[in-house]
Design a protein around this ligand. Structure first.
Ligand code: SF4
Ligand code: SF4
Length: 471
């Protein structure tokens, strides 16, 4: 019996290709420098706002509160209702346009400096370094067998991470429920189910994303990384290694003349790789994993200082600048290209429109709905129509309002015409309207309701409806 021929290599064999790349843990090295200072400035700026805002009081309530149950959004002196959804839409449009603009100008500025994933990872890595040391010490600690000292360090790190994460969860929920009551309620286990869920969920997500997932969130979960390149062009400032200046790379002594050795300025120290939070080598060119944090610029500049070479082997520059050897002034001039000007103009127009509309918003809102029942004849031959008027009082004090009507001769509000609405309240009131016999044409007649505050006639609003006269 002959032996069957061996299958071709790979075909039908037991070779398995993993579709999931096993994570290689990254130990970013600490870095200092101009961009690191900017990153920390933005960590402080964004987190002072995030952690601080819910504690600011505005009168007897938090200055910023999204009260979902009462369907009121308080932003300092402004009270918004679900009817004001347009402002939220406007804010989203402004954010999207801002992102397009900043990305067209300087790549992933948002990712590198202000994205919560970057900011919390920076905070968590700072804690990690304080407890476990810098890159080499952390690598050594992870390789070492479990010991009392290792257990103590790991426990301390996780306790601090958990504390920051829990406080972040409490702060997040503090935007939706008054934060001053929250810590006490959590300690006495008297928070509601949704509050408890969101404190724990948001805290857990912070702990997991900033402590463990880190660069994987940017690489695999964030959609922005995938479509960012569509917003880049050859005049977008991106963090780039200058191969013409750096290559051929190679080690050399500080005193050696690289040109006589046939070397470029890159000493192949790999500091740029060690400081990179996503673990990539920027010398291989632009990669989607690069979040634009500029840590490699700071790291490389420190090496350049030690070697006595000029800064900027890795720097913010553009593809055109590298190809055409443009100077800094020419690069800046090209930043103001038509695309950037169009984004800026649209952003400015939308921002002015939204904030202008908000500033000029009526200090009172009213909606009128006519009852389904058509007009009917009542005593003395008068025609009566019934309405329901919704009065929204954005003022944070109780106000009385008067409802009047016009548009048909002799038309008037019969019965109650004055109503009280509580602070930031919404009230639906029944209003009966009559007209004397012989007034108004048979069928629908346009009428106008005026709702006016009794304590200030300038606080008034008009709403349109129809008055029906039977044929
Ligand atoms: S830090 Fe600078 S010199 Fe060192 S390997 Fe990176 S590019 Fe080369
Ligand atoms: S390559 Fe440089 S800019 Fe990009 S993520 Fe790494 S360190 Fe940050």
């Amino acid at each position: 019996m002959s032996t069957p021929p061996a299958p071709p290599r790979g075909a039908g064999s037991d070779v398995e290709v993993a579709l999931y790349e096993v994570r290689r843990k990254i130990y970013p090295r600490a870095v200092t420098g101009w961009f690191a200072r900017w990153r920390w400035a933005l960590v402080w700026f964004t987190q002072l706002i995030f952690y601080g805002l819910p504690w600011i009081q505005w009168g007897s309530r938090p200055a910023v509160l999204f009260d979902l149950e009462a369907r009121r959004f308080y932003l300092f002196g402004v009270v918004l209702y679900p009817q004001d959804f347009i402002y939220l839409t406007g804010l989203l449009v402004i954010s999207a346009l801002g992102l397009f603009l900043f990305t067209a100008v300087a790549g992933r500025l948002w990712c590198g400096y202000a994205c919560p994933q970057t900011v919390y990872t920076e905070i968590f890595m700072w804690i990690e370094r304080r407890i476990e040391g810098d890159r080499a010490q952390r690598m050594k600690l992870d390789r070492s067998p479990m010991s009392a000292s290792k257990l103590a360090r790991k426990s301390a790190k996780h306790a601090l991470w958990a504390a920051v994460a829990l406080w972040t969860g409490i702060t997040f929920v503090g935007y939706f429920t008054p934060i001053r009551d929250l810590p006490g309620a959590l300690l006495t286990l008297s928070t509601g189910p949704w509050q408890t869920f969101w404190v724990l969920f948001y805290g857990f997500a912070t702990w997991g994303n900033a402590g463990f997932m880190r660069e994987q969130v940017c690489k695999y979960m964030c959609p922005y990384a995938r479509f960012q390149s569509a917003m880049f062009d050859k005049d977008t400032l991106i963090i780039t290694y200058d191969p013409e200046r750096g290559e051929p790379r190679g080690a050399r002594s500080r005193k050696a003349d690289p040109r006589s050795l046939g070397l470029g300025d890159c000493v192949d120290c790999e500091i740029c790789v060690h400081v990179c939070p996503t673990g990539i080598d920027i010398r291989k060119g632009l990669q989607y994993e690069c979040i634009g944090c500029a840590a490699c610029i700071d790291g490389c500049n420190q090496v350049m200082d030690r070697m006595g070479y000029p800064h900027g082997l890795i720097r913010y520059t553009t593809e055109h600048a590298l190809e055409q050897k443009l100077d800094r002034a020419a690069v800046v001039r090209r930043v103001l290209r038509p695309r950037v000007l169009v984004y800026s103009a649209i952003l400015l127009a939308v921002t002015v429109a939204i904030f202008g509309h908000l500033a000029l918003r009526a200090p009172l809102k009213a909606d009128v709905m006519r009852d389904r029942e058509l007009g009917r004849e009542v005593e003395e031959g008068m025609i009566e129509n019934g309405y329901r008027v919704q009065i929204i009082n954005p003022a944070e004090r109780t106000r009385r309002f008067r409802v009047t009507v016009s548009g048909v001769d002799t038309i008037f509000v019969a019965g109650d015409a004055e109503f009280e609405v509580g602070p930031a309240g919404v009230r639906m009131v029944p209003v009966t309207v009559r007209a004397k016999p012989g007034n108004g044409k048979p069928g629908s007649n346009k009428v106008s309701f005026r709702v006016e505050a009794l304590d200030d006639a300038s606080v008034a609003v008009q709403a349109q409806s129809t008055f029906f006269v039977p044929r």
